[in-house]
Design a binder for this molecule. Sequence first.
Ligand code: PHE
Length: 338
Amino acid sequence: MDQDFQDLKGTALREIDEAPEVIELDKLRVKYLGRTGLVSKLSEGMKDLPKEERPRMGKLLNELRTTLNSAFETKNDFFSARADISAVQDLDETLPATPLRIGALHPLTRLQDRAVQILRRLGFALASGPDIETEWHCFDALNTPPDHPARNESDTFYFPDGHLLRTHTSTVQIRTMLAQTPPVRVISPGAAYRRDEIDATHLSQFNQLEGLYVSKGVSVPDLKGTLEYFVRELLGSTVETRMRPHFFPFTEPSYEIDVRMPGVNAGRWMELLGCGMVDPAVFEQINERRGDNAYDPEVWTGFAFGMGLDRLAMTLFNLPDIRLLIENDQRFLAQFAS
Ligand code: PHE
């Protein structure tokens, strides 16, 4: 049996060493170490041995298994290493890599950031409010009567419980005045919602930038001077502005400011923002809700303004369709990467 044992070990090691591929190696593993393999057969011979021989043979058999196992393992490692090398051998490290696409700020974000920066330099602090509002914050507090067209179901998104999606960011004027006493100087960029038919110039969600300044002795020249400065900083020194009388329920008097720039919108006037002096009726609503006289209209005056960002972005960036702003088309957005 000793001889069989030595023969088997020699042949096995040689065959393992010579196995050309993994498949042959796997076959050899079955042939030698499988349940009915040669090593098992050899150990069946044990029962014919004299009792005192058995422990020695048992030990030799165990050693044989260990030796073969490690020979298989070594050969297997060799095959894996060889496969790794061949997987990368045709790789040309000098070829240019796939370019990484660098992200960019959305054109609306860029415009909004610039507007906010200018107003912050003027001392305006950021304020915010919820998109889901009460009718009171969106309309009543802003002196908007129940029969005003903006309050129609057809213009405004109402929830079954009577809440609504704010139709303008002017709600933040109200929230700010409820939360703090004058003087106040805040701006608030944010979303507003209206039930518009969506087309090339309308979305049902758009972006506004609201401003409110309340202090002592604030008057129309402050409004005009501040907003003209703001517009020049935002659009450059070639911009012309004009102020047209307008109507908003929550400001009196009210205006719209139009701008005109050479080479933009074919040199035509375009509407930029709505503004006006805070209507005393708004201060009175605030006082009533606050339960004090913090916004005494005899003491405090102020101006407010609200600007739409989407249409302005369309004009400045020459966009033919407002929907480009929300479609997340990489071909469109990549043009704004600098
Ligand atoms: N909230 C008005 C709008 O959405 C704009 C505005 C804001 C007008 C503040 C006056 C003062 O059209």
